[in-house]
Design a protein around this ligand. Structure first.
Ligand SMILES: C[S@@+](CC[C@H](N)C(=O)[O-])C[C@H]1O[C@@H](n2cnc3c(N)ncnc32)[C@H](O)[C@@H]1O
Length: 226
């Protein structure tokens, strides 16, 4: 696992990776399990290499591997990858500049990353570049309309505050919660920006799902093909 020159700013997760690992295994374990289930259902069974872009602690690797994929992870945060190395082969890399040959990967999985990468359009462009023609791109994320810095949850009700239409990195807001977001911030991007980031690459969206048991869906699932 090589080191990446980050310049002055270390990756935002470096200082919180140990906390995040405990959080995913503890308080957020239900959410993590649902994310993994949605990701595997979107990707489906397959052989060949699946690149987990922004893999974090690699928590979804075992489930993806059970589908037949050879899962390899990349992430900007060396500290996150210290947890991931026990779960899958990894490399430190910027998802917007993958050290991977063009059209060399059979599938891309990604979860909860447009909320963390600085340039979502560049990240999807890069995913499309490395995918084989016909390869799958499966992406799961919290729903940007109903889980955002501007969406305040009140039991089964949602109070939508102004600000939804503006993209930006936020550390505070009525919907920011008490999990990882006050620590690393969240890149809020409206739904159209998330979807258009995918279509702009030439990837063809096969399906979009909105999942969640409560009155408002909390997960967005995108499956596209190159
Ligand atoms: C919310 S975590 C999600 C991790 C994992 N996909 C999951 O579902 O548990 C977001 C991850 O994106 C990574 N990340 C942020 N910017 C990145 C970039 N430019 N390239 C690669 N990874 C990046 C962070 O280091 C972090 O591990």
């Amino acid at each position: 696992m090589g080191r990446l020159d980050q310049g002055a700013q270390p990756p935002r997760y470096d200082a919180h990776a140990d906390w995040y690992e405990r959080y995913q295994q503890g308080a957020a374990s239900g959410h993590t399990k649902r994310t993994a289930e949605a990701l595997s259902a979107a990707l489906g069974p397959g052989a060949g290499i699946c690149l987990d872009v922004g893999c974090g602690t690699g928590v979804h690797a075992p489930r993806l591997r059970s589908l037949g994929w050879q899962v390899v992870g990349v992430d900007l945060s060396h500290a996150q990858l210290r947890h991931a190395v026990g779960r899958l082969p990894v490399a430190v890399a910027d998802a917007a500049a993958l050290p991977v040959r063009t059209a060399s990967v059979d599938a891309i999985s990604a979860s909860l990353i447009h909320t963390d990468v600085d340039d979502w359009a560049a990240v999807v462009q890069e995913a499309a570049r490395v995918l084989h023609p016909g390869g799958s791109f499966a992406y799961v994320v919290v729903h940007p309309c109903f889980v955002s810095p501007f969406a305040e949850r009140m039991d089964e009700k949602l109070l939508l505050h102004p600000g939804y239409a503006e993209s930006g990195l936020r550390f505070a807001g009525p919907g920011i919660g008490s999990g990882i977001r006050p620590k690393v911030g969240v890149w809020h991007r409206p739904l159209a920006s998330v979807l258009n980031g995918v279509t702009a690459t030439g990837l063809r969206i096969v399906s979009v799902q909105e999942l969640g048991a409560s009155a408002h869906p909390d997960l967005l699932v995108i499956h596209a093909r190159r």
